[in-house]
Design a protein around this ligand. Structure first.
Ligand code: BMA
Length: 314
């Protein structure tokens, strides 16, 4: 039975133990930060220089995830993490070693900015993978122990599903019947004014709602002191997700807190995962701050959709 027939606003499963804090009194923002941010310090594991831009999912009643840990050689690596409550994490000190029977892809160069998505019967991990330039790496796992690497989804100079490791970037949607061959590339959206004027790129795996796909995405502004990474929301058509239904002209989160403004790369918030408890529509959004630590923020899916509509600037 399609989950779409459900009367819930969000299509999906319940996560009864979703990390959550109520909106603080007097706060009218669409998104609010966890009061004990950051949840993961840069040196949680002995080898790490920084841990940020990471992806988590519900796993067997608890949580698991793939973490970006830049090590003290400043090599960008992916590590497995586990958590009972989604807030306190144990991250393996050894990076993930992908099982790969494609000779040309066996040599792992670097991996960063992972996303994790459940499809049918397994978790798919997608990350920025090095292959003669940054491209989109793909693997699946069922247990967060063995990861089976597949063909890269793209030619180099694509990542986050975003065009270009460049001073520019737009969001595209591509389709594949088998996760090897990709096509039907469709432009979704490009830059707009202000906080999203330099480039845009997708954030967490989009959330299916009764009104369309809720996409949280990052946008970049170039200030006189460099890039500023913020995040906003757009609503995409359910059946033709390259069609934008609404797009918020204002951000929902920008680097305001000290831990977002100070770090290896100042002024960065970079969401890579959003857990959603479908019956309540509560969202726990995981984001990297200042390319140094992992943070958590909360929102309601329905309010983010309303925000995109109310602040719509197509
Ligand atoms: C982007 C990515 C992210 C990073 C951001 C800010 O281009 O490389 O990993 O968080 O830059 O440095």
């Amino acid at each position: 039975m399609s989950k779409r027939s459900s009367k819930q606003f969000v299509v999906g499963d319940a996560i009864p133990n979703l990390p959550w804090e109520d909106r603080p009194e007097g706060c009218s923002e669409p998104l609010w930060r966890y009061s004990a941010n950051p949840i993961i310090p840069r040196d949680l594991i002995p080898s790490s220089n920084s841990i940020f831009n990471s992806a988590v999912v519900p796993y067997k009643g608890k949580f698991a995830g793939v973490f970006r840990c830049d090590d003290r050689r400043r090599h960008m690596q992916l590590h497995t993490g586990r958590s009972e409550d989604g807030v306190s994490w144990q991250i393996e000190n050894e990076p993930i070693k992908f099982t790969c029977n494609i000779p040309e892809l066996k040599e792992f160069g670097y991996g960063y900015d992972p996303r994790v998505c459940w499809i049918e019967d397994r978790y798919y991990v997608q990350w920025c993978n090095s292959y003669h330039g940054p491209t989109i790496g793909l693997a699946w796992t069922k247990d967060f122990r063995t990861y089976h690497q597949l063909e890269n989804a793209y030619l180099p100079y694509n990542r986050n599903g975003v065009r270009g490791h460049t001073p520019f970037g737009d969001i595209f949607c591509s389709q594949s019947p088998d996760l090897t061959y990709w096509g039907k590339h469709r432009f979704v959206m490009g830059t707009r004014g202000g906080w999203q004027s330099t480039k845009v790129g997708p954030g967490p795996v989009p959330i299916e709602t009764a009104q369309g796909w809720l996409m949280i995405y990052h946008g970049v502004l170039t200030s006189c002191n460099g890039f500023v990474y913020a995040a906003g929301v757009a609503l995409l058509d359910l059946d033709e997700p390259w069609k934008v239904v609404a797009r918020g002209g204002s951000y929902i989160i920008a680097p305001w807190m000290q831990y977002e403004c100070v770090g290896d790369v100042p002024n960065v918030v970079f969401p890579c995962a959003a857990l959603c408890d479908a019956p309540t529509g509560r969202l726990a959004i995981y984001y990297g701050a200042a390319d140094t630590v992992v943070c958590l923020a909360f929102a309601y899916a329905q309010e983010l959709v309303e925000f995109a509509r109310e602040h719509n600037e197509m």
